[in-house]
Ligand binder design. Structure first.
Ligand code: TZP
Ligand code: MG
Length: 215
């Protein structure tokens, strides 16, 4: 059963560098048509007004599909564009500061890189926890833990918070990761680098359904 507060299953995290020169807005819209139901704008190249403009344009598209927008690690952009939430990692703005400065934030995501983080105020404040990375990935190499399926299972047994799995997820392992206890799969390259982001998203949704049926 999907969690009422967190009904999302397929989460696209953007990386313009993985899109083979294609327009980010096009890639995301195709992916949403294929079944992506949550999007994070992870913008490492833009800052300030340029980041905000990109976020506003993306939000205008996502609003047509009722798909929430999450902004990676930029509270100002998140608030100004009217995003649903923000995603933060360990060296980013702390969850307590997000709650204080942006009380309207409805989806606060936190990356979990090691088990002890679960027992922290930061984790308690988060609306979802992203196990990062589940598998090693060339998309992000400055990582600590490789959770693997056993780690997903173990963390599932330790928390009722929605668990998002990220890192190295593709059609080949999506069903297994869901079966191990993830509520939602987050992907970059499986969609951003696909010839057809729409088809790739639809295939991932199929695999997620298979994983749910076998859980
Ligand atoms: N955080 C942890 S792994 C990762 C991020 C942003 C990248 C995931 O990329 P991919 O291509 O889906 O493995
Ligand atoms: Mg960060």
């Amino acid at each position: 059963m999907a969690n009422k507060q967190f009904p999302y299953r397929l989460y696209l995290v953007t990386d313009e560098g993985s899109m083979a020169g294609r327009d980010l807005l096009w890639v995301v819209e195709e992916a949403v048509k294929g079944g992506v139901d949550l999007v994070q704008l992870r913008e490492k190249r833009l800052a300030g007004d340029a980041f905000l403009l990109r976020a506003k344009r993306l939000k205008a598209i996502l609003d047509k599909y009722n798909v929430p927008l999450i902004i990676n690690d930029n509270l100002w952009v998140a608030e100004q564009c009217g995003a649903a939430g923000i995603h933060v990692g360990n060296s980013d703005v702390p969850p307590a500061a997000v709650k204080q400065e942006w009380p309207e934030c409805s989806l606060l995501g936190l990356s979990i890189e090691y088990e002890q983080q679960l027992d922290t105020e930061d984790a308690r404040l988060a609306d979802y926890l992203a196990l990062s990375p589940v598998f090693l990935t060339a998309t992000k190499t400055d990582t600590v833990t490789e959770w693997q399926l056993e780690g997903v299972q173990r963390m599932r047994g330790m928390t009722d918070k929605p668990l998002v799995a990220i890192g190295g997820i593709s059609q080949l392992n999506a069903a297994q990761v869901i079966n191990a206890g993830a509520d939602c799969l987050a992907v970059v390259s499986a969609i951003c680098s696909a010839d057809s982001p729409e088809y790739a998203a639809a295939q991932l949704r199929n695999e997620i359904e298979k994983g749910l049926q076998s859980s």
